[in-house]
Each structure stands twice: as structure tokens, then as C-alpha cells.
Design a protein around this ligand. Structure first.
Ligand code: SF4
Ligand code: SF4
Ligand code: SF4
Length: 182
């Protein structure tokens, strides 16, 4: 059921529902810890789909969690970018290209419009722009599934990096202890 609910969510991973991503929100719905009307990116359309899946009546989006906006993507004003990399760290779907002290750019096709890169930018050079053509339901679903894969790949990569860091620290500690014995 968690996976079925997660598959209906927009995979924006924005956290507006009060949870750290779409899957934790799906888990909270199943656990009875969240209502079906807490996802602004999904809007009323998403609430109706969740209600149908769960066999409960739909309800309006709870404004406490935000308002539904037309789909937008981030755009970096490259002339102002100082290459601090903070936006790359914040982006849940690896939709930003750049390197330290180099200008950064958004891969528009990969951007989910989550806005998580806006606040960390120290020079306010990221703006949101509406997409030119609204997406059909089929296109929205395909994009959400693509974003889900990118998000999961990112989580897996970060997990491996954290494990490798821990292993390096463990080996250094062991080598230090060994050198003390000698
Ligand atoms: S897209 Fe919806 S479910 Fe996913 S994190 Fe954002 S508000 Fe939560
Ligand atoms: S580029 Fe910004 S708005 Fe787009 S997905 Fe990444 S963090 Fe979200
Ligand atoms: S956070 Fe802003 S200044 Fe820093 S790399 Fe990203 S766009 Fe450039």
C-alpha cells in the first residue's frame, strides 16, 4: 500500500507535506499519522487519486501545507552565480550541473520545481519560471516516476559515500591503534 500511495505522489520531494519526501508521507498516511490532503504539488487531482485508492471521500487541500501552483522549473541567473555548490547539495534529483567556483546551471528536463535550491543560494540568483506547456496526466505520471528513480539513485549514492567515509575512518583508527602497539 505504501508503494501504491507513493506512486500516486508527484515525487517533487519538496517536504511541504511535513515529511522528508514523498515516501515518508506515504508511510505516514498508511500509519494514520497524516491525512490525504497535505501535498500541495499534487493538488486536488492528487487528493482524488489518493481517496479513490484508499476508498475514502476526497477533501480540499489543507492550506496549512501550502497552495497548489502551476508547474515551474528553476533557472539560474548564471552571471550572478558564485559557484558555491550549495544548490547542488540541496537538489533532491541531481538536476543542477556545476562545480566549485564555476557557474551552475539547471537541467530543465530533470527539475521537479521543488524550490529547495532557492533558500540556500547566498546571492539569490535562482528564480522559478513557469513551464511553457502544461503537462497531461500521462506526462505528469511519467515525469514523477523518472524523478522517483533519480531521487532513489541519489539516496543510494549518498548512502554509499557515507558508508565509505565511515569505513575510511575505521581503517585510520585501526592503523593508528596498530602504530601505538609497535
Ligand atoms: S511532493 Fe507532496 S508528498 Fe512529495 S514531499 Fe512534496 S508535499 Fe510531500
Ligand atoms: S533545480 Fe532546484 S527546483 Fe529544480 S529539482 Fe533541483 S532543487 Fe528542486
Ligand atoms: S547556490 Fe546560487 S551561487 Fe551557489 S552555486 Fe548555486 S546558483 Fe550559484
Amino acid at each position: 500500500m505504501i508503494e501504491q500511495i507513493n506512486n500516486l505522489l508527484p515525487q517533487t520531494q519538496c517536504g511541504q507535506c511535513g515529511f522528508k519526501g514523498c515516501r515518508p508521507y506515504a508511510e505516514a498516511i498508511v500509519a494514520g499519522a497524516a491525512d490525504i490532503n497535505q501535498c500541495p504539488p499534487g493538488g486536488d487531482e492528487g487528493i482524488v487519486e489518493l481517496a479513490q485508492l484508499l476508498g475514502v471521500p476526497p477533501k480540499p487541500l489543507n492550506p496549512t501545507f501550502g497552495v497548489h501552483k502551476p508547474k515551474q522549473v528553476a533557472f539560474i541567473i548564471e552571471a550572478d552565480c558564485i559557484g558555491c555548490v550549495k544548490c547542488i547539495t540541496a537538489c533532491p534529483v541531481d538536476a543542477i550541473l556545476g562545480a566549485a567556483k564555476m557557474l551552475h546551471t539547471v537541467i530543465t528536463d530533470e527539475c521537479t520545481g521543488c524550490e529547495l535550491c532557492i533558500a540556500p543560494c547566498p546571492v539569490d540568483c535562482i528564480v522559478m519560471q513557469p513551464i511553457a506547456t502544461p503537462l497531461s496526466s500521462t506526462q505528469k505520471y511519467a515525469k514523477a516516476q523518472h524523478a522517483k528513480r533519480r531521487y532513489e539513485n541519489r539516496l543510494s549514492r549518498l548512502q554509499k559515500l557515507a558508508e565509505a567515509k565511515l569505513e575510511r575512518a575505521r581503517l585510520q583508527k585501526a592503523a593508528f591503534a596498530q602504530s601505538k602497539v609497535k
